[in-house]
Design a protein around this ligand. Sequence first.
Ligand code: NDP
Length: 521
Amino acid sequence: MSTDMSTETSTSEGVQTLESLSPATGDVVGVHRIDTAESVDAAVARAREASKWWAGLGFDARREVLGQWRSVLTRRMAQLADVVHQETGKPHGDAQLEIGLALDHLAWIGSHAEKVLGRKRVSPGLLMANQAASVEYLPLGVVGVIGPWNYPVFTPMGSIAYALGAGNAVVFKPSELTPGVGIWLADSLREVVPDHDLLQVVIGSGETGAALCRADIDKLAFTGSTATAKLVMATCAENLTPVLIEAGGKDALLVDEDADLVAAADAAAWGAFANAGQTCTGIERVYVHDKVHDQFLEELARRAGTVHAGTDAGAQIGPMTMPSQVDVVRRHVADALARGGRAVVGGADAVGDRFIQPTVLVDVPEDSAAVLEETFGPTVTVRRVRDMDEAVELANASRYGLGSAVFSQKRGPELARRLRTGMTSINSVISFAAVPGLPFGGVGDSGFGRIHGPDGLKEFTYAKAVTRVRFKPALNLTTFDRTPEQDTLVASMLTALHGRATQLPKMPRRPLATRGGRSRA
Ligand code: NDP
């Protein structure tokens, strides 16, 4: 397979290779050997061996290794940012920012893994009072990660680092648009653990991804589109391999009548246009209270006018990393304009061959592609609402449910709670992704499962429950030697334990007819 920003070719020896191209210039920035199903299986087998060693190390030694890896990543941050810049086209500063966030998560994992996953005592309850009960969270073994190109460090590291922190080995298939970043990450960990295949990379397109799904892995963490997520799930189902799905969103920002409008417009612009809109939790829809709509729109238009996409030093955003996405954005903008929408900033002419300039659309019908589908470009729709109830209703009408944002002085927490999304930022955008202790993930078409935080660590483990007899029980419940007297005692105990409600609810009268199945009347 070939896409516009990577091409697959064959050498004279018949080896399939993949060329990674710069989305800004089309230059070849790397050539990589494509993995076959056999080489994917071999990588997973090596990972299996490494996983045994890694799981056996325990929390302290793993924290030490992850800490050393963090140091390597930190000291080589500029090199890694260069590779990200070459393969995605995003500005160097943005690449550095996503690496910085990944480092912060790595530090959190090191200092929290034992607390979250380590063995904990659990109350055995009265009936099992003679037992000691405990639970711990053990590594699954080998985790497969299929990653995207939009944040080729931060997003896959949400799975890779948490899976490693929980004691697993990882086989990672980066997007075919960003193979160099994946290889760089694996090489940097190999500097710390040269003798163990703790993190390996397999290269290729969807076929390689499918081979990873079919391989002998214990879980598959996927980030990408909802459509591909369904294929991934179907393939993983063949071996009952569990999956974690992070499948994008259509995030809404709500602006209440008492909001700080300058801050809201600034955040909306950044949320919508940063990384050229290629952010799963990017702001794609804004719902603004009638009383402040015009003022907000004016401020957002002013802000959007100061942002431009390009390769010059002043450009805040780069090219579209996946050029076929340009057609998606063009279709959404054209459809919005054809159906009565207006472009306050940008518009049809803003969509170029590789670069898309910020676009703000108003009066766009709620059933148009620009409102329903993931646009994944630097565009945003703004709609006036009569109150925040309408804003919540429209925001929740999406099939997606990843992130959201609320700007309000008084009602932030209340509105946040009513939004059917996995995460909400109040008076900022996307902040939840940068808090390592918070889970990241969505509902509906945005997928299920969580990366980040305690949930993200547990996602790559299985709960192991253990009971141990501490002393001989006065009343042994699990024996065939139980007597009728003991059963009577158990009944009294159960009544004392669970039947203490003083007044029973009135049961509806059962019609006499139900007994014999015939009505007497
Ligand atoms: P896809 O969902 O098509 O691909 C995501 C990953 O899955 C890639 O690594 C891809 O490999 C791999 N893959 C493709 N087919 C299969 C398969 N049958 N089995 C296993 N793995 C497979 O996303 P794209 O990158 O093509 O982007 C398409 C759309 O997805 C975007 O327009 C955007 O809307 C959304 N998206 C969402 C992201 C998010 O953060 N949630 C991130 C990126 C995209 P390869 O790329 O090598 O073909």
